[in-house]
Write a protein that binds this ligand. Sequence first.
Ligand code: DX5
Ligand code: ZN
Length: 227
Amino acid sequence: MSFDRSLKIAPSILSADFANFGLECEAIEAQGADWVHVDVMDGHFVPNLTFGPATCAAIRPHIKGVMDVHLMIAPVDPYIQAFADAGADVITAHVEAGPHIHRTLQAIRAAGCKAGVALNPGTPVSTVKYLMDMVDLICVMTVNPGFGGQKFIHSQIEKVAKLRAMIGDRPIHIEIDGGVDPTTAPLVREAGADVLVAGSAVFRGGSVSKPEVYGENMRAIRAACDS
Ligand code: DX5
Ligand code: ZN
């Protein structure tokens, strides 16, 4: 996984057909997805449940590029090795998930993965100040985590700009997760984000038998950022 700040679209398979994850991953990659974003929820850290490492391992052979695993779980540490073994390229844990995010990030890198840290909308950028040299990605949640299809929280744009300044020349991705669509994407791109997660805005109107809609939806996000 090489580093650059070019725009990357990471469709969230939370909005895909859960009975068809393999084909859905293949379809979004064929239509131009840069990364595949995988939302793991535990019904405890967030009020929703999705799936765990076995599902990640099952979909891994259907993803050619980056498998970006977003853990909305607490505790995190007991499960890191399982997600690494499942083939995650990036594992992101929440700064709010426990008292030992520093140890968690060390463990993610020790397991051979890129380490990401996510911030809920109410969490300030100061919480990552002393983590800057041990993360590969900072995820700014632009909705409260747990569900797809929520409204983008505009106050987070300032947070992205602050993080971009804190990062400086370090090779750290800024990822945006929640409510990204052609209207909101340019706002966070402009503020310094490079990875845009999008669930409903990518999958809306398409299916594995109508995959060209995924391509159109992704192109609309890119075009909005370019203009
Ligand atoms: C929210 C998840 C997101 C979600 C985004 O808890 O982390 O990845 O799927 O969905 P949209 O793009 O529909 O807001
Ligand atoms: Zn996510």
